[in-house]
Write a protein of this length. Structure first.
Length: 190
């Protein structure tokens, strides 16, 4: 389903579980950023009316995920941390094309790919967790992020043909594999 070009090794999971509290704080921040990215697409492309409802719905879902992670953080007595620059995402943003239609497609596909990587890693966390409540939570999130991944490709299909989407997707997946390998493992989603 995900077609990522590079599989996250188990060593990443070891780093996550070496400091699970830091992972939770980063995870919360990723959910909130995902929500704002969806809303920024709504603001940037108000005329793409075919996809606005889906984008707003996804923004709401991501915000709900943020809230759910926040409740876990709160229970642990942790305090939210300020955003850090996301080297992984910034690496890929350099490759967004300039032409407005191409840039629009790239933004949708990149969002879908980031969802796929999130899904891969949340699934690894879900499988490794022993605490049942947390395990169920991460399992549900994994399903949701997988759905978001497919949804972005579906949204692109309102405006671009299959061949155009697949061709660019392949290129961006190669860039994503470089991006994810360029950042050292941290107790963070990427
Ligand atoms: Fe999410
Ligand atoms: Fe998502």
């Amino acid at each position: 389903m995900l077609n990522l070009k590079w599989k996250t090794p188990k060593e990443w999971l070891d780093v996550v579980f070496s400091d699970f509290n830091s992972f939770l704080l980063d995870h919360a921040s990723c959910e909130r950023k995902a929500s704002s990215t969806n809303m920024s697409l709504v603001v940037k492309y108000p005329n793409r009316v075919e996809i606005l409802n889906s984008l707003i719905e996804m923004a709401l879902e991501e915000l709900e995920h943020f809230h759910q992670v926040y409740k876990i953080i709160e229970r642990r007595g942790l305090i939210l941390t300020p955003d850090e620059k996301d080297k992984y995402v910034n690496y890929m943003l350099k490759y967004l094309r300039i032409n407005s239609d191409e840039r629009f497609l790239d933004r949708l596909l990149l969002s879908g790919i980031i969802e796929a990587r999130g899904c891969e890693r949340l699934n690894m966390v879900a499988n490794a967790l022993e605490d049942i409540e947390l395990k169920n939570f991460y399992t549900e999130l994994t399903k949701c992020e997988a759905r978001h991944h497919s949804q972005f490709i579906h949204l692109a299909s309102f405006y671009f043909d299959k061949e155009t989407i697949n061709k660019r997707m392949e290129e961006l997946l190669i860039i994503e594999a470089e991006a994810i390998q360029s950042v050292p493992f941290r107790p963070a989603i990427h």
